[in-house]
Design a protein around this ligand. Structure first.
Ligand code: SF4
Length: 363
């Protein structure tokens, strides 16, 4: 079944990407998230390809996103104690915000801090690793028609120009049909086209590559960046950073961090799994939300406390007699959290993609 809501389609694409990445170039360790980007452009599905060893080191900083203010502190924290204003580059905004970020970072055990001569000093607990290999954006358009193709072409052109992503794709549902060649011609040639057929749910063969994408990352001889020096200091591989300027490196890292903390299953945080009509249903090897009252995949917007059909789960579901502690709403959240952790573990182990065997790939 093809979910009628684009939201539902997006979740299936996320799961497909998680199972198969990379669709044409063979297995690459990656994590998948959705609805991320910049103020100017929000991507539907985001795939962060990772260096497994560095990603495992990133996990040492915990499971939460390290936001932009914290990143400034954590990336530049010195090995030995130093006054924070000596140790960190000028942030381009007042130092008092950096001081707050130092306190927050220490509160999350990301760095160490102490006070000497009435000055706040910091030092790192571990180097922040260079864990992001490539960023891939996927635009999801289950029903590709002429106007959608035009709008998409503009958005994908923007992606190609900004080079924040290393690769962009359009995913569209075909149910066994070929993508209309006239619509394909509207797309920038750099964007890959993924023709999905989720009529039997998600599996690792539920999509074909109708057009191969181009690598959008700047070549190694382009602008040299500060990121290279940073990476060398941290013992990371600076090579892939050399071609991007420092600001782009930082923005990409912020996106990757948000993807890491959020994952694509975080829809449960904004929807109402505590509604008695909320269910998780299988679509092949994907699990997606389902509203029993509306008999469909609810959109994240409609599945809220203001939904006219919202009906809170009865209190007795949360206490005795229910097999999951805390009631089904909390139980569903835990199931999704566990799956996010499992996928992070796999990426850190370097296990990902089509060649994963057996039960490990089941949702
Ligand atoms: S009835 Fe409304 S709140 Fe409840 S699961 Fe359906 S869409 Fe969500």
């Amino acid at each position: 079944m093809t979910p009628d809501a684009e939201f539902g389609y997006e979740l299936l694409v996320c799961r497909y990407a998680e199972l198969t990445w990379h669709p044409s170039d063979g297995s690459r360790p990656a994590i998948v998230s959705r609805q991320l980007g910049t103020a100017a452009r929000r991507w539907d599905t985001v795939v962060i390809e990772v260096d497994p060893e560095a990603f495992a080191a990133r996990r040492g900083f915990g499971d939460r996103t390290i936001d932009s203010d914290l990143l400034h502190v954590v990336r530049h924290a010195p090995a030995d104690w130093a006054w924070y204003r000596d140790a960190l580059p000028h942030p381009g905004y007042p130092w008092r915000y950096v001081r707050q970020a130092v306190h927050r970072a220490a509160g999350r055990s990301l760095i160490e801090k102490r006070r000497r001569d009435n000055r706040i000093q910091l030092r790192r607990k571990r180097p922040y690793p260079d864990w992001v290999e490539r960023i891939v954006a996927i635009e999801n358009k289950p029903d590709l028609d002429r106007s959608a193709a035009d709008a998409l072409a503009d958005q994908l052109d923007h992606d190609v120009e900004t080079a924040l992503a290393d690769e962009v794709w359009l995913a569209t549902e075909t149910t066994g049909e070929r993508v209309e060649p006239a619509l394909l011609r509207e797309m920038p040639v750099e964007a890959g086209i993924l023709a999905t057929d989720f009529s039997a749910g998600v599996d690792d063969d539920a999509a074909d590559v109708a057009w191969h994408p181009s690598d959008l990352s700047p070549g190694p001889t382009d602008r040299a960046g500060v990121g290279d020096e940073d990476a060398a200091d941290r013992g990371g591989s600076g090579g892939r950073s050399t071609s991007r300027d420092a600001e782009t490196v930082t923005r990409r890292l912020e996106i990757a961090e948000r993807a890491y903390g959020k994952g694509w299953r975080s829809y449960a945080d904004t929807m109402r799994p505590d509604c008695r009509h909320f269910e998780l249903r299988r679509e092949g090897r994907a699990v997606v939300p389902h509203c029993a009252a509306k008999a469909k995949v609810p959109t994240a917007r409609e599945c809220s406390g203001s939904c006219p059909s919202f009906s809170p789960e009865p209190p007795q579901w949360r206490t005795k007699g229910w097999p999951i502690e805390g009631g089904p709403g909390k139980g569903l959240r835990r199931v999704l959290d566990r799956r996010r952790t499992r996928e992070r573990n796999r990426a850190g182990d370097g296990e990902h993609g089509r060649d994963r065997a057996g039960d490990a790939g089941s949702e």
